[in-house]
Design a protein around this ligand. Structure first.
Ligand code: AMP
Ligand code: ZN
Length: 448
């Protein structure tokens, strides 16, 4: 099984002989509902975990919940949680728990299997403090004149290996991190522990006084502590390459004096109707919007699977509706094809999953198999669905035509033969109200 590693810029083999494949996926900042773009990234770790399992190995996934320390990009020095708490006029922890619960509902609706643990940043403060102390003792970090503890970027020789952003090209004034110019020794240093200043909520005591953790140290702490000192596969969205993952790598490697992560996997972003999906640009679709419009949330999963994770993809309402139709058709056909519950390995599908998670090739292959009468179609679909997670075996509610439906269908067929279009439209409405879906084809009307 191979995946593209952002750091070495090549496909890398995953060691499946180990007892467990240790995975870490950067989780949500719980100050708002996750949009379907975020969910595309969260799906990525689920797909990788499922392919690991398909190969007979055991994934062990940790995903953090960021409920403190993630500073806003637009409001300098404002914590995303605290700004939202002010806006909603409630306690920041209440905000955090509310959106965390919503995140779990979204994952379940998308058939994303739960991680082994979802540690909250606010509950791992001791863990972070002990790592920060180690970094200070080893001279990788120092106390700034503002009471904040900074990581000293220049002490870490291979800084920039993931993103290609070398320290010499990061000019002072390039705003990519908190703004504490003056208090820190070098412009590219970042905060591990921020002094509370006049902030009174979400602050903790520390050897350097009251404060709160930086966002990057959270992921070093949780990945190293909860995955026993090493990460086989680290997953996140492409925007996290820099500075988040670059800084996490510097911290973790400095702590254990070796490469902490084998493979950095980054998922490309989702666009919606041609524009970047983000809260700040107001172009956001929530999974709940999709569910409310009567569409199976797994249609979103299918849309994502139709694209390679390393390509930007453009989601549209048309593509969501088309995926919804495909799901319905496949489930119906599965019920018709299925004579047993066997699973047949398809070598092309296996190869596609194992070669940088080429799910779009798998979907194309299923479309071929759908038309191929020489194979046990249901059995191959079932094999692929172990990773695709589309519930293709979900039983279809079987309903028989009532006498009333039969009469209306006959009447409509006659109306169409006699070109009485208004009558035919009226009859279609009546049939739809009874729960039938009618399509007109060159061979006449068909219903489902
Ligand atoms: P956040 O909750 O903002 O920390 O983001 C959670 C995850 O979603 C991160 O891994 C981001 O890289 C990822 N992400 C943010 N926007 C998008 C997008 N439009 N498409 C795909 N992933 C995204
Ligand atoms: Zn992270």
């Amino acid at each position: 099984m191979k995946l593209y590693d952002t750091q070495s810029r090549q496909l890398k083999e995953i060691d499946l002989t180990q007892e467990q494949v240790r995975m870490y996926c950067c989780g949500p900042t719980v100050y708002r509902d996750a949009h379907v773009g975020n969910l595309r990234t969260f799906l990525l770790s689920d797909l990788i975990a499922r392919v690991v399992r398909l190969n007979g190995s055991q994934p062990y996934l940790i995903q953090n919940i960021t409920d403190v320390g993630h500073m806003s990009e637009d409001l300098i020095n404002d914590d995303k949680m605290l700004s939202q708490a002010k806006l909603e006029k409630v306690d920041p922890f209440e905000i955090a728990r509310k959106y965390e619960a919503g995140f779990h509902l979204d994952l379940a609706a998308l058939n994303i299997e739960p991680a082994a643990a979802y540690p909250r940043a606010s509950e791992c403060i001791e863990m972070m403090l002990s790592l920060i102390k180690k970094l200070v003792d080893a001279d990788f970090a120092y106390l700034g004149s503002d009471g904040t503890v900074y990581f000293s970027a220049q002490k870490f020789a291979s800084y920039g290996a993931i993103s290609g952003n070398k320290l010499d090209s990061l000019k002072p004034g390039h705003r990519y991190e908190y703004s504490e110019e003056g208090a820190k020794r070098f412009h590219a240093d970042w905060a591990l522990w921020k002094a509370a200043g006049d902030r009174t909520e979400m602050v903790w005591d520390s050897p350097w006084g009251m404060g709160f953790p930086g966002w990057h140290i959270e992921c070093s702490a949780m990945s190293l502590e909860l995955l026993n000192g090493h990460v086989d596969i680290h997953v996140g969205g492409i925007d996290l390459r820099f500075p988040h993952h670059e800084n996490e790598r510097a911290q973790s490697n400095a702590l254990i004096n070796e490469e902490a992560v084998d493979l950095w996997v980054h998922g490309e972003h989702l666009l919606f109707e041609g524009r970047k999906m983000s809260k700040s640009s107001g172009n956001v679709v929530l999974l709940n919007d999709v569910i409310k419009s009567g569409i199976d949330p797994l249609a979103i999963r299918l849309c994502f699977l139709e694209n390679k994770y390393r390509s930007q993809m453009n989601l549209t309402w048309n593509s969501i509706e088309a995926a919804h139709e495909t799901l319905k058709r496949w489930r119906l056909k599965m019920a018709q094809w299925s004579t047993d519950s066997s699973i047949t390995v398809d070598t092309e599908i296996k190869e596609a999953f194992n070669t940088d998670l080429d799910t779009s090739r798998v979907i194309l292959r299923l479309r071929e198999i759908e038309k191929d009468d020489t194979v046990n179609k249901a059995s191959v679909f079932r094999y692929a669905d172990q990773v695709l997670g589309l519930d293709l075996d979900r039983p279809i509610e079987a309903r028989v035509l009532t006498d009333q439906m039969k009469v209306l269908l006959n009447k409509r067929a006659t109306a169409r033969n006699e070109k009485r279009w208004a009558d035919s439209d009226q009859l279609r409405l009546e049939l739809e109200n009874l729960g039938l879906e009618i399509k007109d084809t060159p061979e006449g009307q068909v219903w489902s």
